[in-house]
Design a protein around this ligand. Sequence first.
Ligand SMILES: NC(=O)c1ccc[n+]([C@@H]2O[C@H](COP(=O)([O-])OP(=O)(O)OC[C@H]3O[C@@H](n4cnc5c(N)ncnc54)[C@H](OP(=O)(O)O)[C@@H]3O)[C@@H](O)[C@H]2O)c1
Length: 199
Amino acid sequence: MRIGILGNGGVAVGLGAAWVAAGHEVVIAGRSSSRAAAAASKIGAASAPLAEAVRDRDAVLLAVPWSGVEPMLRAAGDLAGVVVIDPTNAVTHAVGDHLVPGGVSAAEEIARLAPGSLVVKAFHLVPAVAWPADLTVPLAGNDPAAMETVSTLVRDAGGVPHVFGSLTRARQLEEAAGFFIALAFAGVDPRATFPSLQG
Ligand SMILES: NC(=O)c1ccc[n+]([C@@H]2O[C@H](COP(=O)([O-])OP(=O)(O)OC[C@H]3O[C@@H](n4cnc5c(N)ncnc54)[C@H](OP(=O)(O)O)[C@@H]3O)[C@@H](O)[C@H]2O)c1
């Protein structure tokens, strides 16, 4: 696939490296062309201006903090028809309170800010350094073909995709991240709070 990544931080490098290793063509773009080029060179990807990184792509990963989402989408331009993967955790640092008011998910807000884009919530529960990771990755989105594309990218990052539901379910996935983050910062392993349901 031809993948564009907006942002050049930990998630861009972690997932980008996994996708490069799986044979995909990855382009990284950021608000600083030199930082995007440096990130790309670490993982054997290319770098490009923002508009180019979203043109003719099978998927675009929006790898910026919540505060950077709106400016990044504005700078990237028209995303109508583009599969936009949302890994953002729009939660307060260490506390996990959701930052988007009114019960709306970050993913739905991204869909509103990028009209016509095909948003899929995915990858937000996994630390960037963990990729490739043999983990189940829940997905929320409305477009079946976009969900199929992102499912393939989950598998190519070592994971197992699980279709959780439509984009209206994304808030629940995001609140789960807030819960995990709050526990982790309190020194509790989130996995220790669930009984094993195997067998
Ligand atoms: N790190 C993780 O383990 C992890 C795991 C799951 C999900 N996430 C989520 O994934 C997203 C990316 O996380 P990350 O760890 O990759 O972040 P990061 O390492 O801090 O990198 C953030 C990237 O966003 C860019 N950025 C920041 N503010 C911006 C703005 N106003 N306009 C345009 N670009 C802006 C930065 O650009 P500059 O280099 O120019 O500053 C940088 O490229 C976040 O929403 C985070 O919550 C992170």
